[in-house]
Design a protein around this ligand. Sequence first.
Ligand code: APR
Ligand code: ZN
Length: 237
Amino acid sequence: MHQREIHNIVILTGAGISAESGLATFRGPDGLWEGHPVEDVATPEAFARDPALVQSFYDARRARLKEVEPNPAHRALARLEAEWPGKLLLVTQNVDDLHERGGATGVLHMHGQLTSAWCLACDNRIPWHEDLSGDPPCPVCGASGGLRPDIVWFGEMPYQMERIDAALREADLFVSIGTSGAVYPAAGFVQTARYYSAQTLEMNLEPSLGSVYFHEARTGPAGLLVPAWVDEMLDAA
Ligand code: APR
Ligand code: ZN
């Protein structure tokens, strides 16, 4: 497809784009879940059953953000977004802040963010960078004991699905980067994009569960593949 015909790109990223920054993925050999069964730390039931364990799991992941930096893949997507304003929707399953720290602005965090807390007393989402253990008071309503990680847990509804569906219907190009294709609805985005005639490209360290649905699949580290792809897109524009 010639770049001049590309008016709308939807990009989906997963844990693999942050792997070279040092953040663990979920289903790799040293995966994040190795330490904990998912149902013990990433479900509403787990939070009801043992809030202290869940809070400490996410406190550790939030603290880890301060030790890592964006990598060339994050920065390349920010460059594309800046060069092609209004053409790109960047959807991430990641709850880290590396896209933003890499320069991206309009990031859609469909699974929430570590740097946000959700107050169950006043329903506000509040920027949050410290621990949630110890029941800190909500800075908006003052209630304590009501703040949970603003993370979409298994069984909960991802954020902004209507907006994502609308963008997939209009997309000329859908690009998936660093995701195993193991979790829906994100794993189904490629099928929706193809149904509405988009070209589809996957960049991943290894073929994913959804690779068969992509017109083109490039395997390798995101830190190499993504900057090269962005150069291709911008050179050909
Ligand atoms: N470059 C590109 N891809 C990589 C790299 C890398 N350097 N390192 C790993 N990968 C790939 C792996 O091959 C794998 O296919 O990234 C993918 C990571 O897959 P997962 O660990 O399953 O992470 P993700 O797909 O983002 O998980 C989706 O599941 O656990 C839930 O809510 C959580 O958002 C998460 C969702
Ligand atoms: Zn509150």
